[in-house]
Design a protein around this ligand. Structure first.
Ligand code: MRU
Length: 374
């Protein structure tokens, strides 16, 4: 997508040194646009854990490139030693964040591809590079495609409203910053906007890290999409007053049964949407499906992060990014990063293959090759 008119993805190889991976360090957005170089597995792991990069698709793509960096740095004394280093590094990457399923998916895909390319170690490193690039390219292409499918929902509503702006509410950042390009929840919005369909986005601020207020709002400004940032608790009120036509959110892990893990607060939006008859869609590339777990509430690991994210808020003051204490210093704070929205509250899933009901039947009809997994 475009930043000040220049096209960027969220992750790429350094143009003059292909052993270095470059990312946009999202901790500084929207106030500073900083590119970071990564050339060790430790640096890649830190970038994921401390959220220089974040969002399910981008976490997966970063893990893919992380395994390429691991391959460059692994022991070359034998294939066994090389693979042992890679497995250890894969474990390090997988331990960074537990909820987004794309992370373990990308590491597993890399280990299989690298092992298959053996026993020549140069060929294995090349396979790691090709796979990292394939994961990133697929992520971008799948998001583009799901945007085309989701656009039809917006166009239908627009037609019913006689061309009046379609009001879409979204939570957190499932935009291009959360993927390699296009985004999931925002891809239908960008596609509709680019086609001239009047669209307006309600952007939940998304405490505690404010991915909506900082990142989604920044993306929408860069793309020229009309939007309004609202405090997290406003969505229910907007829906009661007919000011939301459609909710579209992303997901960090969606089970093949239709249960959806997404940023904390998503469940409350789904409840409000259900109560007010507002369609509630989840947009995802297939890399965010978990084909093994059945019960979202019992089985999806929910990340708990440090209390400082709740107690402090970050912003710009005198041209400097600062953290400000919000709560009494002595108050403990809890920081559950995700929640699970049960399938029954989800109107449908927007995927690269089309839109389906959030049910085992609906999902497996779209991905029949996964029936054998169950
Ligand atoms: O903690 P984050 O920022 O990595 O959380 C992920 C998210 O941005 C959201 O949950 C998003 O809606 C799904 S990821 C595409």
């Amino acid at each position: 997508m475009n930043v000040q008119g220049k096209h960027y993805r969220t992750i790429w190889l350094h143009p003059s040194d292909p052993t270095i991976v470059q990312i946009i360090d999202q901790r500084h957005l929207p106030h500073q646009f900083i590119i970071e170089d990564l050339s060790t597995v430790e640096a890649v792991a830190r970038a994921i854990k401390d959220m220089h990069v974040r969002g399910a698709g981008l976490i997966g793509a970063t893990a893919g490139f992380g395994m390429y960096v691991a391959a460059l740095n692994a022991s070359r004394s034998s294939m066994a030693a090389f693979m042992a280093d890679l497995r250890r590094d894969g474990d390090i990457l997988c331990a960074t964040r537990p909820t987004a399923v794309n992370l373990e998916w990308a590491v597993k895909r890399q280990l299989e591809a690298i092992e298959q390319a053996g026993p020549d170690i140069e060929a294995m490193i090349d396979a790691a590079l090709q796979t990292a690039q394939a994961i990133a390219d697929e992520d971008a292409e799948y998001c583009r495609r799901l945007g085309e499918h989701g656009k039809e929902l917006i166009k239908e509503i627009s037609a019913k409203k006689g061309g009046e702006p379609v009001n879409v509410l979204t939570h957190c950042n499932a935009g291009w910053l959360a993927f390699v390009d296009y985004g999931s929840a925002t891809a239908p919005v960008y596609a509709a906007h680019d086609e001239g369909v009047a669209t307006h986005v309600w952007v939940d601020e998304t405490r505690p890290r404010n991915q909506g207020a900082r990142l989604t709002a920044w993306e929408l400004v860069e793309h020229g999409v009309p939007h309004t940032v609202v405090a997290d608790n406003v969505g229910g009120h907007l829906m009661q007053h007919g000011l939301v036509d459609l909710v579209i959110v992303g997901t960090d892990r969606t089970l093949y049964t239709g249960d959806v893990a997404n940023k904390i607060g998503t469940y409350l939006k789904a409840l409000a949407a259900h109560d007010n008859g507002v369609p509630f869609y989840v947009a995802l590339p297939s890399s965010s499906f978990d084909w093994e777990k059945r019960d979202g509430l019992k089985e999806i690991p929910i990340e708990q992060r440090g209390s400082t994210e709740v107690k402090y808020i970050q912003g710009l003051h005198n041209d400097e990014i600062v953290q400000v204490l919000l709560t009494p210093e002595a108050s403990p704070a809890a920081n559950y990063a995700f929640d699970v929205t049960p399938a029954r509250l989800v109107t449908g899933l927007i995927t690269e293959r089309g839109i389906c009901p959030a049910s085992e039947e609906g999902i497996l009809n779209l991905f029949p090759e996964k029936r054998s997994n169950q």
